[in-house]
Design a protein around this ligand. Sequence first.
Ligand code: CAA
Length: 246
Amino acid sequence: MGKKIALVTGGIRGIGHAISKKLLSSGAFVIAVGTNKERCKKWVDTQKEEGFEDVDAYACDVSDCSAASEMIKSIKEKYGRIDILVNNAGITRDATFKKMTLQQWDEVMKVNVNSLYNVTQPVLGLMLDNGYGRIVNISSINGQKGQFGQANYSTAKAAVHGFTKSLALETASKNITVNTVSPGYIATDMMRDIPEEILQKIIAQIPVKRLGTPEEIADIVQYLSDEKSGFITGSNIAINGGQHMC
Ligand code: CAA
């Protein structure tokens, strides 16, 4: 059957980039999805310079249903199947709820929640035809504990749990697993928008007293994407330095 083919949304930056790299290192063919064509091309060139030939990238707004469906159609024509899907694309638009605009609410829902439908629906068809699949959905610590200033993002990340569990039930007998990974505060660009004094307060609340690394998330995603994880489905793996235990 050859290499497993993995699709990672938001796969050229931050946690998504670390996931793409980890899957590449573990022998998968990785197709990363970004939003900008030039950055995607540059990312592919960089991976090839680093010795990873089995790599491709698509620029696609995953909040746009027809764009996502066109992308999956094109991947099917080019590569025939998708074995691993990591739904990682996500954005924040932080504001206290009293100040939150409808646009801040909608943007977060469209990118973080609607993309789950837009990408997974056509990918699932391919996995069902192929009789195999691993789907990993990236949520967040804040989908379970809530976060001051993130009513939109916490709502969206809580939705990921319902999606994972329902889809896991529907696909368990089809050799397809669906799991959630919930990162805590990880050292990525996303943290740049948090004011420094708030960030320091957040780090003080993390029992291990540091931010996580993208690679620590990628390791678990890789395990859940592997054939050997077939008995894990509908689960949530929290990776947050002990900040929230449930
Ligand atoms: N808890 C309690 N009160 C808080 C607070 C907190 N965490 N943060 C601010 N406040 C208080 C302020 O002290 C102030 O109080 P007073 O009105 O009594 O003076 C009040 O709230 C300020 O309210 P504003 O509406 O004016 O807030 P703001 O515009 O100054 O800032 C914010 C609000 C932008 C949301 C800011 O608090 C912030 O950036 N918070 C961090 C949000 C966060 O953690 N984001 C995570 C991003 S990373 C990520 O999301 C990845 C992941 O999955 C973990």
